[in-house]
Structures are given as C-alpha cells and as structure tokens.
Design a protein around this ligand. Structure first.
Ligand code: ADP
Length: 609
C-alpha cells in the first residue's frame, strides 16, 4: 500500500466494495426471483393437489355409499390414480393397506403416519366436501330406500307426464332427472310448483312400497332411541329431496336419534370406513414439500460462500493489479528524489505492463538527457575557462608590470574575447534550435552565388593559411527555397573548418550539385582527414579530434552541430566522407520539395540580412 493512500481510497478496497455490492445485488435478485417462482409453482401445485384430493375423495365416497364392501374398488382406485397422477392407498382404521394404486401387494411399513382423510359415507369429512348434508350422511347412501326397477319406472313415467303437461299446458320448462340418491325428480327452470291442472292421480312424492318398508324400519330404530331418552315416538316421512324427515319435532334429540337410526339402518348397505392416503407417486408421505425454516438458513449459507469467494477473488485480483502500480509509484518517487536509475519490472502484456514499459523508456530518456546536460555544462565551463584564464593571465601580468599592454597584447586579448563571443553565439543558436525557436526566413536562394559569397568571406583566412579556396561553377542553375543567412552560416562553418584543418598548400573546393529531388552543397578539402571511428562523432556538440589544437585555432566545438541543426531545419541533412591524410568532403543536402513546402518557417526578409 502506498504510504499516503487511505485504505478507503485504495484500488483494492474500491474493487472489493464494488464486487461485494454487485454480488449482494445478484444474490438478492436471484433469491427474490427464485422465491417468487417457487412460491408460484408451489401454490399452483397445492391448488391442483387439493382439487385432485377432493375429486378422489368424492368418487371413493360415492363408491362406498353404493357398495357394501371394497372388494371391487381396485379398478376405480386405479382409474382415479391414472387420471390425477396421484398415488392412492386405502387402508383399514388399523393401518392395514387394502388397495394401493402403485403396488399390487401393499406394504404396511410404507404408509405415512397421517392419512389424508377417512372415507366413510355415514360421516362425510366436511373439510373435504363442505357441501355435504347437515347430518354428514352422503346423499348417495340410500340403502333400503333404493327403489325397485318397477317402482323407479312408474315414478319416472308419472313425473315425465307431469313435466309434459307443464311444458305444454303451463308453458314451464320442466325436466325429470335423477337426484344423488338415484330417485327421479321433477325440476323446473324457475322453480315453479306443480299446478293443479297437471296433477296426476298418483302423487309423485307419495312413498313407494319400498319406501314404506324402509321408513317403518327407520321409525322403529328412531323411536327406540327416543324411548331410551324417555321421549315420545315420532312419525317419519320422505322429505322433498327423498331424505326421511320427522314430521313432529325438529328438535335436537329427535334429529340426533334420526341420524343415529339412519346410520344404524345404512351401515350394512355401505362399505366400511377406510383410511385414505393420497400423495405423489414416489412418496405417499403427504403434500409436496414447501419452503421451511431450513431454506432461509441455506440461502444465508450460500450467500456467505458467494461473498467469501467474491472477496477472495477481488482481493487477489486487486493486489495483482495494484502491486505493479505501487512499484511504479515507488519508482516515480525515487526518480523525483533524484535517483535516475529507478526502473520497474515489466511482466505480461497488459495495460499496466505497457505503462511500466513507457515509464522505463521515459526514465531511460531522462537519464540520457541528464547525462547530456551534465556533459554540456562541463563542456561549456571548460570552453569558457580557457579564453577567460588567458585574458585574466595577461591582465594580471600587465597589472604586475610583467607585461606591457602593447598592441600585440590587446590584439591577443581581442582574439580571446572574440573566441568567447563566438562560443556564446553558437550556444545561443543551438539553444534556440533545441527550443524550436530558431525561425527560418525562407526565400529563393541561388546556391552558386551563396558559395561565392562564403568563399570571399573566408578568402583572407585561406590566404593566411596558404590554402587555395576555389568555387566550382555549377553545371546548371541551382536555386533552393532556404534561409540565406542560416545557409551562409552553415556553409561558412564547413569552409572555416576545412581551411583550419588543411595544411598550407592544400585546397578547399566548394561546389553545388543538383539532383532530381535535392540540391547538394559540397565542401571538400585536402586536409588532415578524420579517422573512420571518429566520423559518427564529428557532429556531436563539443566533440573534437584534438581538443587543444582546434580551440587554439578558433573553433568553438559547436560548428558542425550547428551545421546539422540548420540542415535539419531545412528538412535536409549533412554527411561526411573522409580519408585520413588525404582530405574530407562534407555534403549538405537540401530537399527541393521539402524546402519549398515547409510551412513551419516564415518566408520573407531575414531580420539580420
Ligand atoms: P571545431 O570548432 O573544433 O572545429 P567543429 O564542430 O566545427 O568544432 O568540428 C568538430 C571537430 O571535427 C573538429 O575539432 C575536428 O577535429 C573535426 N573536423 C571538422 N572539420 C574537419 C575537417 N574539414 N577536416 C578534419 N577534421 C575536421
């Protein structure tokens, strides 16, 4: 961790916070979606299961109400199981399986502890069938009240006649249908009663012979019950829905005795009570599993695991990301503190390693520039020191009376001062060029003419050195778009060097050559030449083959560096070819197109021209 980065601002901490937030949101969203979907599915399943259970119960109750035993119920149970997709098991109240829709030989051990309900037509489960009669005796359990085929037909015929009459005479929509007990009933759409005109001699609601016998039995059973409670006997008749009713007292003991009597009378006609188990085919244990208290715990557990994994991954990634950044920061700080050797290790090929490589390149370049700067300062100090100490030495000698300030001395002092001036001018030019402030004032320049001017300017120097200075006339017109002052300066530097390094009797030749895309200015001499190993160095600042000799002869050590700068500003360059002992040829190349199209510089009169 960098020393001044607070924890909450660190990259790792921010990454951690971000990913924890993202994972919490996704966990919450997933849990919410899962809960919604699961709850919906469970509700649907439960509704379906309740509908299936009711259907199974109603149908088995119907079977029990109309059969004295369960012997033939196997097929009904199988069909119901197939239709609902549920497993159905019927067992005795002592949990002995009698019928199992899934297994031919039911296994008592496989039964769950609680049955779904009890199938008993004489005690209907109101939770399963809320529309059951008040006495909880299934309407389909009729026992001895079941009409003989003859009675049924007679009753039906009579009711059909009445329905016919009602339709035709009274215009009432009347039909005859069997009720739950299997007894035909006359029904009208608007509940209108039988009109007198349609009444038949035989009254439809009058008890049949079967009804009479059953009613008599039932009355005896009910009265015996009432007698046990010291209550008077009652007379029973059939109600409008075919169920027996007491025509005397509709009080509590009477209806209790009547219900008991009915159960007593019906018990031998209906199948015995059975425990009913309904469940999924794989498991008869009961309803489908629902979300229990264990589930929220599990959600918390999974969330915790996800969070731990997220934190671990983020911390690892964060540390991997921030480690090279810390190394970079550390190296940058070292560099700021003056340690130019600070570098970072570059690993991988990602953005951060790209940054590290760029940092190293920058540090390398900064190191080189620093070296250059140090060398420059050293060189400048050195170059200034020699003429200055000469001047000082002579002045001290005059002051001490050792020398006289005669013409020869002042001439020598003037020479040293000019050397200093030359050096400072060259330095200023180079610094301006480095800073991009050396502005060119370009105009069409006749190179032939320019060479003649330079040769004339250096004629005296050449003559004094016994060197022949010649300008070879150009083969064809050679015009460039250049700054004449700077170009004269560059060629002048080359000519000055050539004269300086050519012994008496030698020749310095200036010539111009035109190529298709450039003009070449050559300054050739028959002087000392330059060793091959030194050729790449001659254009460096303050480089000299022989330090003392060239300084003595008036060189600043910056002449060729300035030539190169001026050539480059004209989009050209400078080259040297040399044979030690035979001479050198310096060639300035000025491109024609580049020189004309150069827009960086001003075209016009040179202020110093
Ligand atoms: P100086 O002021 O020393 O001449 P320059 O930059 O002009 O500085 O030249 C650098 C060095 O290149 C010179 O010191 C000299 O050793 C070498 N040099 C330049 N021109 C010539 C030449 N025409 N013949 C031989 N050596 C040369």
């Amino acid at each position: 961790m960098p020393r001044d980065t607070p924890l909450r601002r660190s990259l790792t901490a921010r990454l951690l916070a971000l990913s924890a937030l993202v994972s919490l949101c996704s966990i919450a969203a997933t849990a919410w979606l899962a809960a919604r979907t699961t709850t919906g599915a469970i509700k649907q399943e439960q509704t379906q299961a309740i509908a299936d259970h009711t259907r199974i119960y109603r149908q088995l109750l119907g079977y029990a109400a109309t059969h004295p035993d369960w012997n033939d119920a196997q097929d009904t149970v199988r069909q119901l199981a197939a239709a609902t997709g549920q497993r159905i098991v019927l067992a005795t109240p002592r949990f002995e399986p009698v019928i199992d829709s899934a297994a031919p030989a039911p296994d008592p051990a496989a039964l769950p502890r609680t049955p779904t309900t009890i199938v008993d037509p004489l005690s209907v489960d109101l939770a399963m069938l809320p529309d059951a009669p008040g006495d909880r005796i299934d309407a389909r359990a009729v026992g001895p009240f079941r009409l003989t085929p003859g009675e049924y037909q007679a009753l039906r015929n009579e009711l059909e006649q009445q329905a016919d009459c009602m339709r035709t005479v009274l215009g009432v929509d009347a039909t005859v249908t069997d009720d739950l007990a299997g007894r035909p009933q006359l029904r009208t759409a608007n509940g209108s009663v039988l009109g007198r005109r349609c009444a038949t001699p035989m009254v439809a609601s009058a008890p049949t012979r079967t009804d009479m016998a059953a009613l008599a039995d039932l009355t005896a059973l009910a009265n015996a019950c009432l007698a046990r409670q010291q209550l008077g006997p009652v007379t029973l008749s059939l109600g409008p829905d075919g169920a027996p009713v007491s025509n005397a007292r509709p009080d509590q003991p009477t209806s209790a005795c009547l219900t008991n009597a009915r159960r007593q009378q019906l018990v031998q006609y209906v199948a015995p009570p059975m425990l009913l188990f309904v469940g999924t085919p794989a498991d008869t244990a009961g309803p489908a599993p629902v979300l229990t208290a264990a589930h929220p715990g599990r959600v918390t557990e999974v969330s915790a695991v996800v969070l731990v994994v997220t934190v671990a991954v983020t911390v690892t990634v964060g540390l991997r990301l921030s480690r090279p950044l810390h190394a970079l920061t550390h190296a940058a700080r070292r560099m700021a503190d003056g340690d130019l050797s600070a570098r970072v290790r570059v690993t991988g090929r990602n953005e951060i390693s790209g940054l590290a490589a760029a940092f190293n390149a920058m540090a390398e370049r900064r190191g080189q520039l620093e070296e250059l700067r140090k060398a420059m300062v050293g060189d400048i100090a050195h170059e200034l020191r020699t003429p200055l100490s000469n001047i000082r030495g002579w002045l001290e000698a005059v002051e001490d009376g050792v020398a006289t300030a005669d013409r020869a001395l002042t001439g020598s002092l003037l020479e040293e001062a000019m050397l200093l001036q030359h050096l400072i001018d060259d330095l200023r030019d180079l610094a301006a060029a480095d800073a991009g402030e050396l502005t060119l004032f370009r105009e069409p320049v006749d190179v032939d003419e320019l060479l003649t001017q330079v040769a004339n300017a250096h004629g005296a120097q050449a003559q004094a050195s016994g060197v022949t200075l010649a300008v070879e006339p150009a083969a064809d017109a050679s015009e460039v778009f250049a700054d004449p002052v700077r170009l004269r300066q560059a060629v002048g530097n080359l000519v000055s060097n050539a004269v300086r390094y050519t012994p008496a009797g030698g020749t310095v030749t200036l010539r111009v050559r035109a190529e298709s895309d450039a003009v070449l200015i050559e300054v050739a001499d028959t002087g000392s030449g330059i060793a091959e190993a030194d050729l790449p160095l001659v254009f460096e600042r303050f480089w000299r083959a022989e330090r003392s000799r060239s300084r003595r002869s008036g060189g600043s050590g910056l002449g060729l560096a300035i030539v190169r700068k001026i050539a480059e500003l004209h989009d050209g360059g400078v080259q040297v070819a040399s044979t030690p002992g035979a001479g050198s040829v310096f060639t300035v190349r000025l491109p024609l197109e580049g020189a004309k199209s150069g827009s960086r510089e001003l075209a016009g009169r040179h202020p110093g021209a």
